[in-house]
Design a protein around this ligand. Structure first.
Ligand SMILES: C[S@@+](CC[C@H](N)C(=O)[O-])C[C@H]1O[C@@H](n2cnc3c(N)ncnc32)[C@H](O)[C@@H]1O
Length: 202
């Protein structure tokens, strides 16, 4: 059965980390991010919400980005910091639905954070991402359109619902369903998107 909103707070996620129930963790960078950064040379300031063990945050940093990686489970950030201790990354403890970085980022990278949140938190999360981006900044990544069991997290989002949520806040540049570069077990179940915060870049 899907978890209730009250069961998805920092204490519950901390428990998940302490119990090592991190089956989603790829143990390295998300292949779709590698592919994306092959095609996009601009880096700048990058926000990685729900960074978990920090693999994608590290990859952005290795490619020259200034990265702020956010999670609210202390054990997630401890694992990330221990593994990537030499990386120049700001690891921040915060709730991604209440970010305090107005207009600071060129990019926000999405992977398994949106779908970790209870559906009732989606609007607040996307508002927080939109606010954290600079005008013209890009929110990019993947979300699940289908999950193996009808339970969450992860919570799948219907493509039409996701598109609507994005279009209410961003200019939608790319919306690919299914995503082209999912890992094999997730193939056909993810949407790739790239959207920008409206407004002229500085
Ligand atoms: C499914 S994991 C994904 C981690 C990482 N993105 C990856 O792909 O390996 C979701 C992460 O988001 C964090 N998280 C969930 N809800 C959050 C919230 N409201 N604020 C901050 N972090 C949150 C959890 O602690 C967990 O580390």
């Amino acid at each position: 059965m899907a978890k209730q909103r009250a069961e998805l707070g920092p204490a519950q996620w901390e428990e998940v980390w302490r119990n090592g129930e991190t089956r989603w963790d790829l143990g390295g960078v998300t292949p779709a991010l590698v592919q994306f950064l092959r095609e996009h040379s601009q880096r700048g300031r990058v926000l990685v919400p729900g960074c978990g063990a920090g693999h994608d945050a590290y990859y952005w940093a290795k490619q020259g980005a200034q990265v702020v990686a956010v999670d609210f489970a202390p054990s997630a950030l401890a694992a990330a910091q221990a593994r990537y201790q030499h990386a120049n990354i700001t690891w921040a403890t915060a709730d991604v639905t209440q970010l305090a970085y107005p207009g600071q980022f060129d990019w926000a990278w999405e992977y398994t954070c949106f779908c970790a949140l209870h559906p009732d938190d989606r609007a607040a999360y996307l508002d927080a991402i939109a606010t954290a981006l600079k005008p013209g900044g890009t929110y990019v990544g993947m979300v699940f359109s289908k999950v193996p069991k009808n339970a969450g997290p992860p919570f799948a989002v219907a493509p039409a619902t996701f598109r609507e949520l994005l279009a209410a806040r961003f200019e939608v540049l790319v919306f690919s369903d299914p995503a082209a570069h999912s890992i094999k077990p997730r193939r056909g179940r993810e949407i790739w998107f790239q959207v920008t915060r409206p407004g002229e870049p500085d």
